[in-house]
Design a protein around this ligand. Structure first.
Ligand code: CO
Length: 499
């Protein structure tokens, strides 16, 4: 057996273990009865241990080092080896002691966060978060030298991302988008009260399935179930599952979770199955993953053409609530811009202010320029500054997100990166696919899906995020595309064309 096929064999074994864990996790979030929790945690810990052993074994290290000098490999094979060697070396930087300490601190912090959020008591959470933050700062150091310590954390989710680049990007958000949203706020506001009437659960469920089908989601390679937080998970490219959350008094939740998770799932279903377990069979980064969900959710799902295709069916399904609503009013309701407290239910423009605030706070925490005890007041000040709203309590403020309690610092920026990549990719798709919007109006999503398969999905991790963006659009990520998309669309929606 050649070294390369030996490497493939080990990588696939590691993937088998990771995906088996993913099945157990999926089950935990969907069907597991409450008493199953204790042994489930043990099963997951055992599998994680086996996976870590394989991923850091001397055998794999020796193979990777030998293969990285092998000039006979194809370009794709070389890139796989380079990627795997980097992961291997990164894994090796963690001592077993550190990993244990981190995982213990994370479970304690997560529990403290749950309690603190339920009781609106930040004090309960602060000492744990402080301890966790100390470990994250240590982690930055052990991962090596970066031009900014926060880069080390960012790179875990968005390989190659730099704090310095994000500072420029978010200063564009501050200077351009914040100003634009203030102009929108001065206009007459559109209405969406009809989205919050009684909507039958079963009918919503069926409608969500129809939307997924229309997008091209393959139900022979996936399924949809209900969970309290919508997510997508995959066990291979041929088994990619989505979940949704249905709220009988808010039609938005089903619509946006189905389209968003559907976008994530199409990416995973489009990865090459023959590259299973290898970097060339995996997604590039969280930012690129999110670009796929946001492209479908916002650029497609909140567009005029998309509702030209789907409004009639929705109206017929819920005629008691939507029978007298005009298409124009419905489209406006899908695109209401209004500063709000909670990130996950924010509109597609003010969403980025929520991320901007978290980015500024995380950076300051890692640099050590603010302390955990100052978080609530700092948070509230920023919400006043960027969103113009008063935060009534910490549960709806600094305690709202799960991320920090999991030690996920550097994750939030990938949400905004996703939207900005999406806008740039979609602008290119419109140039390359003739009559794209007319096809969408007809409910024909195939030309767009084919384009995404061809341009993004089939490559796996062959390109970095930056390389992929240049390959597709001829330039690096450029915030201009998002701003153009936002101003063109919302100036019409809010009658701002006169100036
Ligand atoms: Co997402």
């Amino acid at each position: 057996m050649s070294n390369y096929s030996e490497y493939q064999g080990i990588m696939r074994k590691i993937a088998d273990i990771q995906y088996a864990s993913a099945v157990l996790n999926w089950d935990q979030e969907t069907y597991m009865p409450p008493k199953g929790a204790t042994f489930r945690a043990q099963q997951l810990a055992t599998l994680a241990g086996i996976g870590h052993e394989l991923a850091t074994s001397k055998e794999l290290g020796d193979l990777l080092n030998a293969l990285s000098a092998d000039i006979a490999l194809t370009e794709k094979e070389k890139r796989n080896i380079k990627q795997s060697l980097k992961n291997y070396n990164d894994n090796k930087k963690y001592s077993t002691e550190f990993v244990k300490e981190l995982s213990k601190t994370i479970s304690e912090t997560f529990q403290a966060w749950q309690k603190a959020k339920a009781e609106n008591n930040f004090e309960l959470y602060a000492p744990f978060l402080e301890k966790l933050l100390k470990l994250k700062r240590e982690e930055c150091k052990l991962l090596g030298t970066f031009s900014h310590p926060y880069d080390a954390l960012l790179n875990q989710y968005e390989p190659g991302a730099k704090t310095a680049d994000l500072e420029i990007l978010f200063s564009d958000v501050r200077n351009q988008l914040v100003t634009f949203v203030k102009q929108i706020a001065a206009k007459t506001q559109n209405k969406d009260h009809f989205m919050f009437l009684d909507y039958d659960k079963q009918k919503q469920w069926q409608f969500g399935l129809d939307l997924l089908k229309q997008m091209g989601y393959d139900f022979d390679a996936g399924r949809q179930d209900a969970s309290s937080h919508p997510f997508t998970t995959n066990f291979s490219a041929q088994d990619v599952r989505v979940t949704t959350r249905i709220n009988e008094n808010d039609l938005n939740e089903m619509i946006w979770s189905c389209i968003h998770e559907g976008g994530h799932a199409l990416y995973e279903q489009g990865l090459p199955p023959e590259e299973y377990g290898l970097p060339s069979g995996e997604y590039i980064s969280l930012g690129i993953h999110e670009s796929q969900s946001r492209l479908w959710e916002n650029n497609v799902g909140r567009s005029l053409s998309y509702w030209k295709a789907n409004f009639k069916m929705l109206q017929q399904t819920f005629s008691e609530n939507l029978g007298s609503i005009t298409f124009e009013d419905f489209y406006k309701a899908m695109n209401i811009v209004k500063p709000s407290l909670i990130r996950t239910s924010a509109d597609e423009l003010t969403y980025h202010f929520h991320v901007l605030i978290r980015f500024e706070i995380e950076k300051a925490l890692i640099e050590g320029t603010i302390e955990v005890k100052d978080l609530p007041s700092y948070w509230n000040k920023k919400y006043k500054e960027y969103l113009g709203i008063d935060v009534p309590n910490d549960t709806k403020g600094v305690l709202q997100d799960i991320h920090w309690s999991h030690g996920s610092f550097g994750y939030f920026p990938t949400y905004s990166l996703g939207s900005f990549y999406a806008a740039q990719f979609f602008a290119q798709a419109k140039k390359e696919i003739s009559g794209l919007e007319i096809e969408i109006e007809k409910g024909n999503m195939k030309p767009l899906l084919d384009w995404l398969r061809e341009k993004v999905h089939r490559f796996g991790k062959y390109y970095s995020a930056e390389e992929l963006c240049i390959e597709i659009t001829g330039e690096k990520l450029n915030f201009k595309y998002f701003m153009d998309y936002a101003t063109t669309k919302y100036k019409k929606l809010y009658n701002m064309d006169s100036n």
